[in-house]
Write a protein that binds this ligand. Structure first.
Ligand code: CR1
Length: 835
């Protein structure tokens, strides 16, 4: 642990001033200073946003000196830096997190209160950057937190989207997308560095020539160039002096005007070209796990990767190191295949621009990259039509051909005579229209490949990339995802945090989450359980208030809070949860089942705007909610809510209030899940399939504290192979039949029998995600949930055990595994001796 003075004084540089001191008086001066000299307002006329910005700048100042110390420390020691490349970073609101990590929440709260300002209100109302779709982007954010807390030198590289994920509203039960103008009132956390701008080429053609000294060279003549400049956000570790960097790139026009065009009199044409360049980073593609083969998307990917690699070369040069030192200076992690073009780009830089021989360049490239796969879903696997790829990245296509030629030669030797395997391994898909397979490029160009949970990693080896596994079994690894307990427990659930600290006797668990196991011995202590229940109840009341404010629905905080929040997707099977709700409703109406446990079903999540089925699933949820919630006969026993615009901030209110966590994907489809971990840490019990990390959660918390149901991945695949007939299941199960018939008969759609037909017909005829096969087991399991919930004491005991046994699911553990096994890098803690 650090001395308070050490924290403030930055490793020996101990002068405290208006920018660094953390006493209430200094904070007050700093805040008023920013209010006047940055925002140009006095307290009397300051708007909410002025106050927020002045507070944020006050906090940011306190990060900056640590930040510069961290970077000079990293430079001095020359340790390997992790470059985490990700098209998405879903970091959530920053203020509360930075206050927590700087340990100045109380001091600032007290200071502001004396000025009549409510810090918690500022934290609550902060606009969050939605620079990600879901789990993949949020994982990147948790990893940045754990890297900084673990004091591992790291830079996150990504895109500074002007519009993040759309803001979701619900109108007449349907999702409506609204633009997310998150930068409208300014972003105080990022610092723009135009001086580190990078030129990025796009399109055009290549020229092969021999240079003055007789060397074979290639010149890329682009069709256009864009200018990338970085926005740096400091990422502070929890109560350590390390502050890492999240460096996101924005595209601009290289020239304000194209003067040649301008001089020809085409003013609008010239401006238009500028507009086009700036479009590159305008908007995040709102698709989760579905590949959109759009040119702009490929340009976005190449753009940020090109900027990132150039930036790393700049840092290398700044450290006085030759380009051949690249792999010793950087470990580059590819967060899915979105940045996989980096493999070809680093090769291009090394061979074309630094004239490194191919073999040496290739060795360096492979030593540099590692690849994480996040999904097995075929529709999510990126493949670019060859012609499109060539028109955007002509030089890279040549390089990929050469990588492929050499690789397939290697494969032919390894699998002599097995041409069909060579065909399957190729970086180019030639089975029909020709494509570049980005996952293959990532595999060939990386020294390590991992899945994000044990089952997922096994399926990668056996089903997704078996030929690569046969070729290089040693490259394959598995790192189960994790989430940061700082945001997901300390910030989100202060009641639980206080209880944990008291029960465990100190706060070490915040940086060493496995210590939460110490709660286990309190699981049978009646006084502890009572306090645990009070915390949960308080959290449920907060969520109930949010639900009332946002939807107008009044829910009973004494009912069981049953929560399903995540992206809306057929494989995640939100509609299976609906079938269960309809079954419950049907039972209530037909059997007067008044001994049923009162439940509130809470849904949240966004559907990709072009994913018609998913949007219809939202409509189904809201339609069922409308009928059920307005039926006086069931009022106290059943409530259904769809909470719009699920986001990091919403999550912070939802996970701590949940009692039952719905993780009901078809086994084999959910790579890991991370929401499942946030729920467990906050003491919700899981009802889940044996899929992704659910399996590991079940192992850790014990099957007796977990509601498992449904087929295993193996069983599901066997059933599919042997012939799956959902209509037979429908015919043979009266409750299932009743549920489906109510929906397709128009009961929830004012008699409109056609509305949900695309969903119900699909369930009866194809049912790709095998809802009907798991339905009976799910409903039976939900009955067991009811039975368990009736014993409040026993339920809370199980909840405590879920939390206490969630030690494995901190992203600190994930990062430690990546660092040791894939990055070969270690912590560089600040020793406080200028070292
Ligand atoms: C997976 O579906 C996983 C996250 C983070 C998602 C989810 O199960 O927890 O990644 N995959 O690893 C994804 O977004 C593009 O693929």
């Amino acid at each position: 642990t650090l001395e308070p003075g050490h924290l403030r004084g930055q490793g020996g540089v101990a002068e405290d001033d208006v920018r660094t001191a953390c006493e209430p008086e200094a904070l007050k001066r700093a805040f008023l200073d920013h209010l006047l000299y940055t925002q140009g307002k006095t307290l009397e006329i300051a708007s909410h946003n002025d106050i927020y910005l002045a507070v944020a700048y006050t906090v940011r100042d306190r990060l900056l000196r640590r930040w510069s110390h961290t970077s000079s420390r990293h430079k001095r020691h020359g340790t390997r830096t992790v470059a985490y490349l990700s098209a998405e970073f879903l970091i959530g609101p920053s203020l509360g997190n930075n206050l927590l990590n700087l340990d100045i929440t109380d001091a600032l709260r007290e200071t502001l209160a004396r000025l009549g300002i409510d810090l918690d209100e500022l934290v609550r109302r902060e606009v969050e950057p939605g620079l990600g779709n879901g789990g993949l982007g949020r994982l990147a954010a948790c990893f940045m937190d754990s890297l900084a807390t673990g004091e591992i030198p790291a830079i996150g590289y990504g895109i500074y989207y002007e519009y993040g994920i759309f803001f979701q509203t619900v109108v007449d039960g349907w999702q409506v997308e609204n633009t997310d103008k998150w930068l409208r009132f300014g972003n105080p956390w990022a610092i723009h560095h135009p001086e580190w701008g990078v030129e990025v080429k796009l399109g055009g053609y290549t020229e092969h020539y021999t240079d003055d000294v007789g060397r074979f060279r290639v010149r890329w003549v682009p069709e256009k160039t864009v200018w990338g400049t970085p926005f740096d956000t400091p990422v502070a570790g929890y109560k350590v002096s390390t502050v890492n960097t999240l460096r996101l790139w924005r595209a601009e026009a290289t020239e304000e005007f194209d003067f040649s065009v301008f001089n020809r009199g085409d003013y609008l044409g010239a401006v238009n070209k500028k507009v086009t360049s700036e479009n590159l980073t305008k908007v995040l593609y709102p698709n989760d796990e579905s590949h959109q083969g759009k040119e702009l998307r490929l340009e976005q990917q190449y753009f940020f990767v090109a900027c990132a690699l150039r930036d790393m070369l700049r840092i290398l040069e700044h450290r006085g190191l030759p380009v051949t030192e690249f792999p010793r200076a950087f470990a580059v992690q590819l967060n899915d295949t979105h940045p996989a073009i980096g493999v070809a780009e680093l090769m291009r830089l090394l061979i074309d621009e630094y004239l490194v021989p191919w073999e040496q360049a290739w060795e360096a490239t492979r030593a540099t990259f590692a690849y994480t796969n996040h999904t097995l879903l075929p529709e999510a696997l990126e493949r670019w039509p060859l012609e499109l790829f060539k028109s955007v990245l002509p030089r890279h296509l040549e390089i990929i051909y050469e990588i492929n030629r050499r690789f397939l030669n290697e494969a032919r030797i390894r699998f002599f005579g097995d041409e069909s395997r060579v065909f399957r391994l190729s970086l180019i898909d030639e089975s029909g229209e020709r494509y570049v397979r980005m996952a293959h490029l990532a595999c060939v160009g990386s020294h390590a490949i991992n899945g994000v949970a044990e089952l997922h990693s096994t399926l990668i080896k056996e089903q997704l990339l078996p030929d690569f596994y046969a070729m290089w079994p040693e490259k394959f690894d598995s790192v189960t995802n994790g989430v940061t307990p700082r945001r997901w427990v300390v910030l989100s659930n202060p009641g639980l945090a206080a209880l944990a600290t008291e029960a465990l006797g100190d706060e070490h668990w915040i940086r060493d989450w496995p210590r939460i196991a110490g709660l286990e011995k309190h699981a049978d202590d009646a006084a502890f359980i009572e306090r645990w229940q009070r915390v949960k109840h308080t959290n449920k009341r907060s969520l109930a208030a949010l639900i009332r404010d946002e939807t107008g629905v009044v829910v009973n905080p004494d009912s069981l809070f049953d929560v399903l929040v995540k992206r809306i997707h057929e494989y995640k099977r939100q509609h299976l949860a609906v079938l269960h709700i309809v079954t419950r409703y049907h039972r209530l109406k037909t059997q007067r089942a008044t001994d049923m446990v009162p439940r509130t079903f809470i849904f949240g999540g966004k559907a990709a705007p072009g994913y018609v089925r998913a949007k219809l699933m939202i409509k189904l949820i809201t339609a069922v909610a409308d009928v059920v919630n307005s039926d006086p006969e069931v009022r106290d026993l059943l409530k259904v809510v769809f909470l719009p615009n699920f986001s990091v901030s919403k999550g912070q209110c939802i996970y701590p209030a949940a009692e039952l966590s719905e993780q009901i994907s078809l086994a084999g489809k959910e790579a890991s899940g991370t929401g499942n971990m946030k729920f467990a840490m906050n003491g919700a019990l899981t009802i889940g399939t044996m899929d992704g990390a659910n399996i590991e959660i079940c192992q850790e918390v014990g099957a007796e504290n977990f509601f498992a149901f449904g087929m295993s991945a193996d069983e599901a695949q066997r059933l599919l192979r042997s012939g799956y007939y959902p209509r037979d299941l429908y015919r043979d199960d009266a409750e299932l039949r009743a549920a489906i018939d109510l929906i397709r008969g128009g009961f929830f759609s004012r008699g409109d029998a056609g509305l949900f037909e695309p969903l119900t017909n699909d369930l009866l005829n194809e049912d790709r995600y095998m809802l009907l096969a798991d339905y009976a087991s799910y409903v039976e399991c939900q009955d067991r949930v009811d039975a368990a919930y009736r014993d409040a004491r026993q339920w809370s005991r199980m909840a405590v055990l879920n939390c206490a046994r969630s030690g494995r699911f901190s992203s600190d553990r994930s990062i430690a595994e990546y660092a040791r096994r894939m990055w070969h890098t270690s912590a560089l803690p600040d020793t406080g001796h200028g070292g």
